[in-house]
Structure formats: C-alpha cells, structure tokens
Design a protein around this ligand. Structure first.
Ligand code: NOJ
Ligand code: MG
Length: 575
C-alpha cells in the first residue's frame, strides 16, 4: 500500500468512526471484583495479573467494557473503598506496571476499561487525614469536622446522622478535639467538597488514571458527597422492628442527595470533556452510583453522567408482578432525558446475586431484560454463569457491614455472600487460586456450577449469556429499534423491539411458577411463526424450536426470546 493510500485509509476510518461521544450506547459493562476474580500468586486473594490472564473470558462472553472495583492502596477495611492513595495500586493486587500490562492487553482485545472512583471518603490512614487532625492547611478542612454538642455536661455528636454501616456517623478525635463525619465506616472519613483544594487534588487523581488510558469512571456513593450546611438532624423514618442505630431508622434528608452534588458531577464532566478535546480522543464514560429516587437519578443524567439504574434491585424484587415491571420500566424510559443512554444493572458486589435475588429458576430473566432493552447492560462477574450467594456463619463473616450489624442481623447486612471467588472450573478453589484457603470460602456448588462445565454443556447460563450478547451487539433491531413493554396477561410480560424492514425481536417472561398459554401474536403484534432464539436455562424449551405464537405455552418462570428464522440463522453465524 502506498503512503498516500494509507493516509486516505486512516482519514476514512477516522471519518467513519469520528471522535465518538457515545461509544457506550449499546455496550455490555462487566464488573470485575478484583479480590475475587482470579488469584495469580496463590495468596488466596485475586490480583491484577490474575484478571489480565482472564481477559479473554470477558471478551468471549461479549462484554465491551471492564469496570474494576477499587485497586488502590487501602487497608481494606471496606475492601478497597477506603483509599490511602488514590494514584497507586495496592500491593495485594499488584503494581502500576501490572496495571499497564492489564490495560494494554484489554485494549489489544478491544475492551475498554473504567475504574472505580471513590470521592466521598478516604481511608482514616490517608496522609490527608493525618494532616487534617493536626490542622495543617489546606488539609485542616479536607474533612467534615464539628464541635461536640454538650448535653448536661456530657459530650455528644453534633447531630443524629447515622452511618450506612450502623451507628452514629460521627467519631470523636481526641487529638483535634472535634468529631469527624463518616457516612460509612469510622475508617472512611467523609471528604469536604466545599474545599477548593480538595477538588483540585481529586482532579489530579482522575488525571493520573486518564493519562494511563482509562475510558471513564464509576463514581462511588456520589449522593453522599455533600451534607447540609446547617447540619440539621435527619427525620425519623418510623420503620418499626429495626434497631435505633440502624441506617434505615432515619430519612437522610440532610446528609444525602444535596443539590451541590449535581454541580460536582457537571464539573467532572467538563474536566473529562476538556481532556478528551485536548488529546482528540473519545469521550469518557461517567457512571454515578446513587441509590435514590427516580427524579434525583435523572438529575445525574442532566449533569452529564449516566446514573446507574438499579430498578432490578430496588424497587423491583422477586415479589414484583409483571405489571410492576412494566410500570417501572416505562416510567424510567419516559423520564430518561432525550438522546441519553439508558442502563440496566443486573447486580453488583453490594447486592445478593441475581440468581439468589430472583431464584435460580429465574436466574436468566433479569439478564435477558437488561440485554433486550436499549442501552448499557451492567453485569457483575459470575452472573454470566448463574453463580449464587453462599451462606456465611457469623464466625466466617468478614464484611464490616455484616460485623457491625452483630450476630443477630449480620446476614441482612453482610455482602460476603455475593463476593465469593469466581467459579472457573472444578479444580482446587474452583480454579480461582492454587491455595486451598481463599480470602472468602468458595461456594460448595462450584463442582457443578463453573465456567468450564458450562462451556461444555449444550444448555447453560454461559450459553444463554453469549447468545444474548451476540444478539445485542450484532442485531440492528436491538441497536436501532423502538421498544415496547406489554402486559400480555396478569403473569406474562412481553418486550418487543421493532425496526422497519426487519422482523421484530421479542422477549416473553412468565412471572408465575405455573405454566401459561398466551396469544403473543395478537398481544405483541408479532408474526405467528417464530423461532426460539434463546430461553432461560430451566425453561425446558430448546433454542431453535419453532413456535406458534398465537397459542404459545410458556412454562412456569420461563423467559423466552423469539426471532424470525432468518434472524436466528444470521446470528448463529457468529457463534
Ligand atoms: C458503595 C460501594 O459499592 C460499597 O461497596 C462501599 O462499601 C460503599 N459505596 C462505600 O464506599
Ligand atoms: Mg460526604
């Protein structure tokens, strides 16, 4: 090829692809929990080299973006969400050089990488905090310090705010003679975003990782960033049957969701955009984490982030009906600002696994919804093979959220059950580590529930996941079609994607454990003869089966995706 042709080729590619500002429009985002993904050195703790050796798996299942939960230096009081250095890698997980190898290989495989950004708090061990205790400027006001309230001569916290992990959100510091705020652990003092120097320091941290090629950030606990300037007491929630120091006993009017939060997001958006413009590179994805109301969630979109849509975790759950699902999905889609990209979170490291939340027979249902609906599908490592929670005894519990809740209530709060090691195969420690002892015990079901076995099996969660990701990525109906959520009967929900010139693709979900017979042809306005493209593992319906949609039998708890014969043949080509 002559130099001139080469130049034209490069220009043409740049022209077609452009500098993309919404490369995330249809992506599958895969969350890796580094501690539990793959251990390369046999210490029983996952690490960056381990993750790097398993990137092919992430590529293989059709994910486009890898999100790493925190890898920064940390005493691990909250397993990495307590950071002592925002710009270095925890030795347990490796080195900066390992990170470079990881991201280089990811990019080579065509995967994007986003990191967890933990702005609300640092570790108690962070040098900033130590300086803050000593009132060294500007660190003196990097955190939220308040004088004690003296009641009848006794020292009390400044107000009634509670920690998300139980108990007062205030901790007395003898040396400084004041209380500091910690909305999570005592080990996680809240940072003060009304201090301009802190804002600059955090942007430096962001730039550090942008310079190393990351494609964006998942922003942790963002609705905790600001608190009421007047430090007013939070009102009681009046929920009965929970202890007084339980986080849910208050409504967090003054300690959460303050208006300044959206300005902070807008500011980071601008910072990222300037960076992308300066280097003429793709936009950066910002995903904000806030469990909050729909209207406040949408405000993050307005500020320039994609806000995690947690509807399949809350408010929806295994007791929700087909019409609850329809109403909640429609409400979200109707409220999403125009030209913005939706997202659908299947699970994460803070929530019971989807197969445990909805039950094993419905393990694929939420993933199917997340894949057929337009936008970003957000999946948690292990959900692609239907991993389930492992039950922990009080003695085994290491998650501080569980420990703080005490022996009677730890099982309600602990996140250990969903954080157990990834089940690669049926060898020692599920192929996660050569060590028989791992930081959390492996699930006993790994002998049968593991990736290697599911690759061999004709029907498995892995096969279902691959079929879904292929459809999402390769099919124009899913990329560009309209979407409709239709209640077919009390227990059966339908989702249809349509595009002119194509046959529709539809998903049918039976919310009842009993079989249903439905007329999907009329209700969904789809052809009478269609093919099962993929169906949930326990549905007993084989992919490839031809169905009469006018009188279709849908087994209890089954989820089935239908497409035309030619669409199915076309998609099979990619397998
Ligand atoms: C949300 C994170 O996902 C969770 O794991 C962590 O404990 C809190 N934020 C505090 O950082
Ligand atoms: Mg805060």
């Amino acid at each position: 090829m002559s130099k001139l042709t080469l130049l034209f080729a490069v220009l043409a590619v740049t022209y077609v692809h452009g500098i993309s500002d919404n490369w995330w429009r249809d992506v599958i985002l895969y969350q890796v929990y580094p501690r539990s993904f793959k251990d390369s050195d046999g210490d029983g703790i996952g690490d960056l080299i381990g993750i790097t050796t398993k990137l092919e798996h992430i590529k293989d299942i059709g994910a486009d973006v890898v999100w790493l939960s925190p890898i920064y230096i940390s005493p691990q009081a909250d397993f990495g969400y307590d950071v002592t250095n925002f710009t270095d890698v925890n030795p347990e997980y490796g080195t900066l050089a390992d990170f470079t190898k990881f991201i280089t290989k990811a990019k080579y495989l065509g995967l994007r990488v986003i990191l967890d950004f933990v702005p609300n708090h640092s570790s108690l061990q962070h040098p900033w905090f130590k300086q803050s205790v000593k009132k060294v400027k500007p660190y003196d006001s990097f955190y939220i310090w308040r004088d004690a309230k003296i009641v009848n001569g006794v020292r009390e916290p400044p107000n009634n705010w509670l920690s998300a992990f139980t108990g007062s959100a205030w901790e007395w510091n003898e040396e400084r003679g004041q209380y500091f705020l910690h909305q999570f652990l005592v080990d996680q003092p809240d940072l003060n975003y009304r201090n301009p120097f802190l804002n600059l320091a955090m942007k430096d941290a962001l730039k550090f990782w942008l310079d190393r090629g990351v494609d964006g950030f998942r922003i942790d606990a963002i609705n905790f960033a600001f608190e009421d300037k007047l430090f007013r007491d939070d009102p009681n929630s009046n929920i009965s049957g929970i202890p007084k120091d339980d986080y849910d006993s208050l409504i967090h009017t003054y300690s959460r969701d303050q208006n300044e939060t959206y300005g902070l997001i807008a500011n980071w958006r601008k910072f990222m955009d300037n960076y992308s413009k300066k280097y003429k590179i793709d936009s950066k994805l910002l995903l904000s984490e806030a469990y909050t109301t729909l209207s406040l969630t949408i405000k993050y979109y307005d500020a320039g982030a994609n806000a995690f849509n947690f509807m399949f975790i809350t408010p929806l759950n295994k007791t929700s009906s087909a019409s609850d699902f329809k109403r909640t999905i429609d409400e979200w889609l109707n409220n999403l600002p125009k030209h913005n990209v939706s997202n659908w979170v299947v699970g994460n490291h803070d929530q019971p696994r989807v197969a445990s939340r909805y039950g094993v027979r419905r393990a694929d249902m939420i993933t199917m919804l997340a894949m057929i609906l337009p936008g970003i599908a957000v999946v948690y490592n292990g959900d692609e093979i239907g991993m389930t929670n492992r039950n922990f005894t009080w003695e085994e519990t290491v998650d501080i959220a569980g420990c703080n809740a005490g022996p009677e209530r730890y099982h309600i709060k602990s996140r250990d059950p969903e954080r157990i090691p990834f089940q690669w195969d049926n060898t020692t420690s599920a192929g996660f580590s050569t060590n028989k002892t791992t930081w959390l015990p492996v699930h006993e079901n790994y002998i049968t529930v593991n990736l290697a076995a599911q690759k061999e099996a004709k029907i498995s969660h892995y096969q279902v996941f691959k079929a879904l990701s292929t459809l999402k990525k390769k099919h124009p109906v899913l990329r560009n079609g309209t979407e409709e959520v239709i209640l077919i009967s009390e227990h059966v929900l339908g989702v249809v994607r349509r595009l002119e010139g194509s046959s529709p693709v539809s998903l049918l979900i039976n919310f009842s454990e009993r079989d249903a017979v439905i007329d999907a042809e009329t209700n969904l306005n789809i052809p009478r003869e269609l093919i099962v493209y993929v169906s949930s593992v326990d549905s007993n319906i084989d992919a490839g089966t031809q169905v009469d949609t006018s009188a279709m039998k849908l087994p209890g708890y089954a989820s089935v995706m239908l497409a035309s014969q030619s669409q199915v043949s076309e998609l099979l080509y990619y397998f």
